[in-house]
Write a protein that binds this ligand. Structure first.
Ligand code: ADP
Ligand code: MG
Length: 147
């Protein structure tokens, strides 16, 4: 599905919408995010996390690779894989253990190649003018979400 947003607030709202579907579904999800620096990935994560771990402060975990938000029913792990230069580096911080322990949302999945988990939801954010964004969501049925 392709969505067009015209403000950060609308991008956050789309993040909330995706999270509401995930919240009502069993198991752990992996949301893989793609898009350049400044596209709006962290803005999307902010909305997403507000549903799955309300009132957690969301920042790009650039220096730590992963932030943990634990104010929801299940843990939420927020990755920034910008500094991962080879998929092998994922083992250095126990990537697979996180996948098995909670919901995950990861910026810069361009960098993980074939380590993308099976069944991942894919979200691509592209600039479309100064405040416009084109956001493509694949691998999740959002049809039950009205807006
Ligand atoms: P990324 O994590 O992809 O590097 P950020 O989410 O940190 O990007 O930053 C996106 C920047 O773009 C923010 O400064 C935000 O205010 C701005 N922006 C402008 N329009 C939008 C929009 N429609 N959606 C998301 N961010 C937007
Ligand atoms: Mg970011």
């Amino acid at each position: 599905m392709v969505y067009y947003t015209s403000s950060p607030e609308e991008t956050e709202e789309l993040g909330r919408k995706v999270a509401r579907v995930i919240k009502e579904t069993d198991g752990f999800f992996f949301v893989a995010m793609y898009g350049d620096l400044g596209a709006g990935k962290t803005v999307f994560v902010r909305g997403f996390a507000s549903v799955l771990s309300p009132a957690s402060r969301v920042k790009s975990p650039t220096y730590t690779i992963v932030n943990e938000y634990r104010k929801g029913e299940k843990p939420l792990f927020h990755f920034d894989l910008y500094r991962i230069s080879s998929p092998d580096e994922l083992d250095g911080f126990g990537f697979d253990d996180y996948l098995a322990s909670g919901n995950c949302i990861a910026e810069w999945c361009e960098n993980i190649g074939d380590r993308l988990p099976d069944g991942a939801v894919r979200v691509t954010v592209e600039k479309n003018g100064e405040c416009g964004r084109k956001i493509t969501v694949d691998g999740l049925d959002l049809s039950g979400e009205t807006e």
